[in-house]
Design a protein around this ligand. Structure first.
Ligand code: SPD
Length: 288
């Protein structure tokens, strides 16, 4: 029997994908604290650089956070004609905000994060994402995103739900009632996007999310990307809009913007929506 789960490894397990685990050898523990809401751990993981885990679930790794954050932010931002006002729910590490700030048309970003300590520790240990939260276009709200969104109807061009996994408190961010409130927070032409797990590792969760987005929006889709530091190595996002397709960007990065991107391009945007038949066939009977 291999001793892969020996001491010195961070091991993520989850009831959403029972019987499996992702282990990373810890090189250095940088922080470990019980905040008011969750267990927050920051460590250096071999091959991944600095990593953040909340309640035992990996949230970001220095080596590949750009994949998650660029795809999460730029797919909706380039699908919108000219987003000005944006709401991010969760995302206290600042990674999504850092990417959104690259769009000069975006004038205001409200970030609603429940746990202020996530922001404090990310500013300290992940300045390359956390620093974005100091930008004058960003306003921080430390409160429950589900309550915040209810009181901001017809306010935003983009709403991004950068939630944890749908277990415990994170479950609320995957419900139809919450996503409907997010839709109501959109201005005409607005776009909603939500972390919707991996269609490979959590097919039931992703399918339910896709069906909710199909119910709520005239146009919707799910796009996936490979992220080695998450269990299963992949993650995806549901996106919805009432005005136009979501798999083809309205604008594209040009000039200096292109040089500030490592993951996103117009071709990657379109390709991320192309999924294999074993997945798309789940929705075939809906088309009739
Ligand atoms: N299972 C991992 C889900 C990741 C959710 N959020 C990551 C936050 C990065 N800003």
């Amino acid at each position: 029997m291999s001793d892969v789960f020996k001491e010195g490894y961070f091991t993520e397990e989850c009831p959403l994908w029972p019987g499996r685990a992702l282990s990373v050898r810890i090189q250095e523990v940088l922080a470990s604290e019980e905040t008011e809401y969750q267990l927050l751990e920051i460590f250096r993981g071999e091959g991944f650089g600095k990593m953040l885990a909340l309640d035992g679930k990996i949230q970001l790794a220095e080596s590949d956070e750009f994949i998650y954050h660029e795809m999460f932010a730029h797919v909706p931002a380039f699908t919108h004609e000219e987003p000005e006002k944006v709401l991010v729910i969760g995302g206290g590490d600042g990674g999504v905000v850092r990417e959104l700030l690259k769009h000069s048309c975006i004038e205001q970003i409200d970030l609603c994060e429940l746990d202020e300590e996530v922001v404090n520790q990310c500013v300290r240990f992940f300045p390359w994402t956390g620093k974005a939260l100091d930008d004058p276009r960003v306003e921080l709200h430390f409160q429950d995103g589900a309550l915040f969104v209810k009181s901001h109807a017809a306010s935003y061009d983009l709403v991004l739900v950068d939630g944890p996994d749908p277990i415990g408190p994170g479950e609320a961010l995957f419900t139809e009632a919450f996503l409907l409130d997010c839709k109501r927070a959109l201005r005409p032409g607005g776009i909603l996007v939500s972390q919707s797990e991996s269609y490979l590792l959590h097919p039931a969760v992703t399918e339910t999310q896709c069906r909710i987005f199909r119910e709520l929006f005239a146009y919707s889709g799910y796009y996936a990307c490979s992220i080695p530091s998450y269990p299963g190595g992949s993650l995806g996002f549901c996106i919805g809009c009432d005005d136009h397709r979501v798999d083809v960007p309205f604008r594209r990065p040009i000039g200096a913007f292109v040089r500030r991107l490592k993951m996103y391009s117009m071709a990657v945007h379109k390709a991320a929506f192309v999924l294999p038949p074993f997945w798309t066939s789940r929705f075939e009977s809906d088309e009739d």
